[in-house]
Design a protein around this ligand. Structure first.
Ligand code: AP5
Ligand code: MG
Ligand code: ZN
Length: 214
């Protein structure tokens, strides 16, 4: 099953993608997590990506597309995957479509998690992230068992560098300009499914499971 997650920054893509991946036994592939891991490890890719991410801008397509196409070609992705944060531009969507077409495949579900801009800033300021395993928490809506510590791997939780309110505002603008057009793209492809992302985390997941038919 090949699934992509669409939605504004903070809509809950990562939160739901992790659950889908666990439930269906497929890998969760988040370009944001891949870039953050590279930043943490001080790689060349990380240095380049950080310049854009800290401003709330998108990392250029040429640094992103090949990375994802390589990743989905690995053995663990043979049965499917959930892509979180990719594609984010029309050229990225086309790169994905073309890479899949070469193998006679296509995206099965594009799940758009809808959350109005007004709700986003509050979610971001309360978010805590684990940069080691990519787990995401919220001080109020999804707290870890022990404050400041990742339930999954025990690493320290942090506020992401790009979760400052002024950067979040920029990310929202970039989302509306560059990523929202993908809703039409995947509607035309016949695989778009919409979910109300303002509902409780568990309820959102139930709705996604209904869509995926399991
Ligand atoms: P990325 O890491 O993908 O960030 P994003 O799209 O801005 O989305 P977020 O991770 O901020 O939000 P999310 O939707 O995953 O929400 P979450 O589940 O955490 O990208 C970061 C940057 O990397 C980009 O700005 C760009 O620079 C670069 N980048 C990445 N991919 C790229 C690409 N393809 N091309 C170019 N550049 C790229 O939830 C948010 C919070 O809300 C959490 O605290 C969570 O606990 C809480 N929450 C979730 N659901 C609910 C709910 N239903 N009710 C209440 N709270 C909830
Ligand atoms: Mg995320
Ligand atoms: Zn962790």
């Amino acid at each position: 099953m090949k699934i992509i997650m669409l939605g504004a920054p903070g809509a809950g893509k990562g939160t739901q993608a992790k659950r889908i991946a666990e439930c269906y036994g497929i890998p969760h592939i988040s370009t944001g997590d891949i870039f953050r891991a590279n930043i943490k490890n001080g790689t060349e890719l990380g240095k380049k990506a950080k310049e854009y991410m800290d401003k709330g801008l998108l990392v250029p397509d040429e640094l992103t597309c090949d990375l994802v196409v390589d990743r989905i070609s690995q053995d663990d992705a043979a049965k499917g995957y959930v892509l979180d944060g990719f594609p984010r531009t029309i050229p990225q969507a086309e790169a994905l479509t073309n890479a899949l077409k070469k193998r006679g495949e296509a995206v099965d579900f594009a799940i758009d998690i809808e959350v109005p801009d007004e709700n986003i800033i509050g979610r971001m300021s309360g978010r805590r992230a684990c940069l080691k395993c990519g787990a995401t928490y919220h001080v109020e809506f999804a707290p870890p068992k022990e404050e400041g510590v990742c339930d999954v791997c025990g690493d320290k939780l942090v506020l992401r560098d790009d979760d400052k309110p002024e950067t979040v505002a920029n990310r929202l603008k970039v989302y509306h300009d560059q990523t929202q057009p993908l809703i039409d793209y995947y509607t035309a492809a016949g695989c778009l499914k919409e979910v109300d992302g303002t509902l409780d985390i568990d309820v959102v997941f139930d709705k996604i499971r209904e869509i995926l038919g399991a």
